[in-house]
Design a protein around this ligand. Structure first.
Ligand code: MN
Length: 719
């Protein structure tokens, strides 16, 4: 970039810059870099000029622009810091020194050194954040012109960006610089993947044209409502952002709702919530995609309302709603402090943004362990991706948390299937070792037919590795899969109280397999065995089938005959719930007679004493808490004509009223309940065990039939 362009930019920018100081800095840089050229052929001084332009775009002050122009002179020429201080003052000299020192910090080194170096970087940032901002501008311009570097240097720089600079830009909230740094680095590290995603985004339908259409629609709605002073703009997600979701998080393209987005910028928070309401009125919102970062800002101070909706043409997109202040913070992060100094942005806000830097530095003072410090810093910087090398030097890009197994499968499924171990930087590691950026990984392979271990499915982090492991089991271990799958299936049947007679079993599973669009039961068991079919899905269908079977079968024929009915005894014509053959006495206070509603009280020493429900000693509201557990239900044996007790095991879907519904059903049929236990089970089911009184088997059958008419009841079995 030529100086004239920079000068024009300064003057056009509308902010007060001291053009004399900037010009003086340029003259010095021009003189000192004279005769130096970049690999791309242009005069070296064009680099600091371009960096200064990005610094202006970011909105930093005159001192920062001067420092940007001079950032390489101390390093590359004979001039000293003292001379710069004499000409431009202490502040400028300090910034130049800081940027020079930051540049010297090697980032892709051994762990201990890397920790120490990152610490130096953070220290420099905490002293004057402008040092880091200028360094980010410097790195951005270098990345924009990466073609001048040799391939190895391109990759080294791109790795540094992914590992350190982009996370720092993210933490400082400077989204523009972060996005561009990541996109360029991705293009270097995975050119094929970059190209693929770039095309997907373009295909996602003339991205810009779609966004433009939505912008007009949105603006119309807001203006119609009276929000006249509104700015609506569209954006298309960065290549790296989509790449991450597709390849690192294994999401489907159709699950990514924010490839297109519109931003609505308003004057105050109240207008933001109004706009949100209008948008949900205009478009169909996608459930669970709404996020309120206004009331709960992100760690880097980002604030906005986010919602995803389905557009008129069926294309999903994201809507971000925010005020201008929030917008400035979102775009320029910590730099908004200089760019919009006059607004609400102030020192306080900036202090907040830098607390994390100080916190890391402070927490480190208590720690001597370099690797601990490193992991602290890395956690803080939220590295999303890991870039590792094959022994030949190829870069493999994996999500954070990926293991050496993921690495092996990322190379080729044949490598993964034959893997017996791995070496990291020449050292043997355990099979669940999580890889870190910069490591060289060598997969140790064994005999061809070894194959993966089933445990690996719980270790790997990528869906790619998972599906490759599964497909190995599918192909290579059919017999084992069938046995394993059948075992899992049978166990789950028992757990769900699905009892099938031997002659029912084979029909039942064959039908079930057909419902899964599989040819036969063997195929279904095999699929369950290698994990290609979800057990819970199959069991859900099995329960449906079983419930249907239960309804079709006449319980009186199938179940009841085999179960002997136990006679319940009563004493003095009274049945006490849950207690057989107990001593009963009638209390003197209320003298209950047959026909009166009664209740029992378990006394200490003389069985159960029977009261009228209306007795002052028995009324529910008058019972003392200490003895509450000793009151039991009691009935007149003659009155309800009960002769038999039967226990039913009921499995039902868990609805809020299920237990109440069941007991209501007994009450309304005048069937006494002697005991009822209910417990929650997995999959939103409840299991109830109910002891009821029935006159005979026909009566019991009719009760069971009545129960099974309730569509939420899955099965009723006589215990
Ligand atoms: Mn530079």
């Amino acid at each position: 970039m030529k100086y004239e362009q920079l000068k024009k930019l300064v003057l056009e920018h509308g902010k007060h810059y001291d053009i004399d100081v900037i010009e003086k800095a340029y003259r010095l840089a021009e003189k000192m870099h004279e005769g130096q050229f970049r690999k791309t052929g242009e005069a070296y001084v064009e680099h600091p000029v371009a960096v200064a332009a990005i610094v202006i775009e970011l909105g930093l002050d005159t001192t920062s622009v001067a420092a940007a122009l001079l950032h390489d002179v101390v390093e590359d020429t004979d001039i000293t810091l003292e001379e710069i201080e004499k000409e431009f003052g202490k502040e400028t000299a300090h910034l130049v020194d800081g940027v020079t020192k930051l540049g010297k910090i090697a980032l892709l080194t051994q762990e201990e050194e890397q920790a120490e170096n990152l610490r130096k970087m953070l220290l420099a940032m905490s002293q004057d954040i402008r040092v880091m901002l200028i360094k980010l501008c410097d790195r951005l311009h270098n990345m924009r012109t990466y073609e001048g570097w040799k391939p190895q240097k391109q990759r080294d720089k791109a790795l540094e960006v992914m590992e350190v600079y982009a996370p720092i830009a993210h933490r400082l909230g400077i989204s523009n610089i972060k996005d561009e740094l990541q996109d360029i680095s991705l293009r270097i590290l995975d050119p094929v993947g970059y190209e693929e995603v770039y095309n997907i985004i373009q295909r996602a339908g003339n991205a810009q044209k779609i966004v433009d259409g939505i912008v007009e629609e949105v603006r119309g709605k807001l203006v119609e409502f009276g929000l006249l002073d509104v700015t609506v703009m569209g954006r298309v997600k960065s290549v790296y952002g989509v790449y991450r979701k597709l390849y690192m998080q294994g999401r489907e393209l159709s699950d990514i709702y924010d490839i297109h987005a519109v931003r609505i910028i308003l004057n105050n928070v109240a207008e933001c919530y109004n706009a949100l309401m209008l948008m949900h009125d205009l478009y169909r919102p996608i459930p669970s995609r709404f996020k309120d970062y206004i009331s709960t800002p992100k760690a880097n101070m980002y604030q906005s309302l986010h919602t995803s909706v389905i557009g008129k043409k069926g294309i999903p997109f994201e809507i971000q709603i925010r005020t201008w202040d929030m917008h400035h913070t979102a775009e320029y992060g910590v730099a908004a402090h200089w760019k919009y100094k006059t607004g609400v942005q102030g020192q306080d806000n900036m202090e907040d943004k830098l607390t994390w830097v100080r916190q890391i530095l402070e927490s480190q003072q208590d720690s001597d362990d370099a690797s601990e410090i490193l992991s602290d810093i890395k956690n803080e910087l939220i590295p999303d991706d890991v870039f590792v090398f094959t022994p030949k030097g190829d870069v493999i890009n994996l999500p954070y948390g990926a293991t050496v197994i993921d690495f092996a499968y990322a190379i080729h499924s044949a490598v993964g299937n034959r893997m017996t171990g791995a070496k990291v930087n020449g050292r043997i590691v355990s099979i669940d070792y999580k890889v870190n950026t910069g490591e060289i990984i060598e997969v140790i392979t064994g005999a061809k037919d070894k194959g993966p271990s089933r445990d690996w499915l719980n270790i790997v982090a990528t869906s790619e590795a998972k599906s490759k492991i599964r497909s190995w089991f599918k192909k290579e271990r059919k017999e084992e899969n069938i046995v394993e799958g059948k075992e899992l299936f049978d166990k789950e049947l028992r757990r769900n109280l699905i009892n099938l007679a031997d002659d029912e079993y084979s029909n039942f599973v064959e039908n079930l397999a057909k419902r899964q669009r599989l040819n036969n039961a063997e195929e279904m068991f095999a699929a369950l065995g290698y994990g290609g079919l979800q057990l819970s899905k199959v069991i859900f269908k099995a329960k449906e089938d079983y419930a249907k079977m239960q309804k079709d079968t006449k319980p009186s024929e199938a179940k009841i005959k085999t179960a002997p009915i136990r006679k319940t005894t009563s004493s003095n014509g009274v049945i006490v719930e849950g207690i057989d053959n107990c001593l009963v006495k009638f209390s003197k206070c209320c003298n209950p007679l047959p026909g009166d509603p009664i209740v029992g009280f378990i006394t200490r020493g003389f069985g159960v004493s029977i009261h009228k429900k209306t007795c002052v000693h028995a009324r529910e509201e008058l019972r003392d808490a200490e003895n509450a557990g000793r009151w039991v239900n009691a009935y007149w044996a003659d009155n309800i004509k009960e002769d038999f007790k039967a226990t039913l095991d009921i499995v039902a879907l868990e609805t809020p009223t299920m237990v109440g519904d069941v007991s209501m059903m007994f009450t309304s049929s005048r069937v006494p309940v002697y005991a009822l236990n209910a417990r929650q089970m997995a999959d939103h089911r409840i299991e109830m065990s109910v002891t009821i009184g029935v006159t005979n088997t026909e009566h019991l059958t009719s009760v069971i039939n009545k129960l099974t008419k309730n569509k939420n009841i899955i099965s009723v079995i006589r215990g």
